[in-house]
Design a protein around this ligand. Sequence first.
Ligand code: PMP
Length: 360
Amino acid sequence: MSRVYNFSAGPAALPQEVLQQARDEILDWKKSGMSVMEMSHRGKEFTSIASEAESGLRELMGIPDNYKVMFLQGGASSQFSAIPMNLLRGKAGADYINTGTWSKKAISEAKRYCEVNIAASTEDSNFTTTPAQTDLNLDPDAAYVHYTPNETIQGVEFPYIPETGDVPLIADMSSTILSRPIDVSKFGMIYAGAQKNIGPAGLTVVILREDLIGEVLPGTPTMLNYATMSEAGSMYNTPPTYAWYLAGLVFKLLKRKGGLQAMAEINERKAAKLYAAIDGSEFYSNPIVPNSRSWMNVPFILANSELDSTFLSEAQEVGLVTLKGHRSVGGMRASIYNAMPEQGVETLINFMADFEKRNS
Ligand code: PMP
């Protein structure tokens, strides 16, 4: 068996150790005689898997006790609607920071439910930077401030956590969660689709400060109501049990590897090496201002876009796959989440240097 280095933005590479454990347990989970896929979500086996996953995530991220952790479905995209439905709490509007494709999607969904104040937008720069704290035009009456710490498509990442005073800060961390330690207490809510740095697609993690739960817009679907979902322990209906189990295995693995501080050191190093290789060449370039470059998603373009398809096919031949940039921005993108080994990044850098030599 040979595994490739998969630079997909999501669903993304999973840690090999986790896949191996899942393989070993697939027919018979801990002498239960069943696969996790076959278990009742209300049985004692799955309940223990679910609660261990939650405590694993709480420990990894240092989630305070006054936060609920939910394991939901519908992707991060469902949260774009659930957030205004649950968190306006009688207010007319919310602040949104626009730094790229995913912020824009959150904004257009929120506009269906409330007044949206664009507290800052970097669209004029073609989303190649992040706004400074002093550029944020925050409304003290806003129900919340929403932002996207890491824009998966543009590869632009906030170098700081915005200060929003008493207004709850809400972060779409889909492509940066678990990449480094963060102070959860600075946030009203953190949410993430699992398929990048947590586990397989089909699971969405929501971390929500308890005091924000309760008042919903009339007509809010039960499945999007945080009060219902958190009271039911994310089991109002059948949850995505297998994805939840795999996420739990990922949390345990990260703990064994030294937790998020250890991940941060590796991730920072991986990203620094790749950006240095890009910046050090005349052949490759990345348009993002250096202090806002993503650790997780590294877009780059070739000096001659006619070579794009050759680059991709030769990369594929040496086991470097899914490097094609998002269709909206073109070029290349290397997503280098926790599960991408440092060796994978080095192999990519060596391939890039060799390709440059042969083609310039
Ligand atoms: N936000 C960000 C930052 C993303 O990268 C993505 C997925 N690529 C989404 C939201 C949408 O997630 P989902 O597909 O889980 O709805």
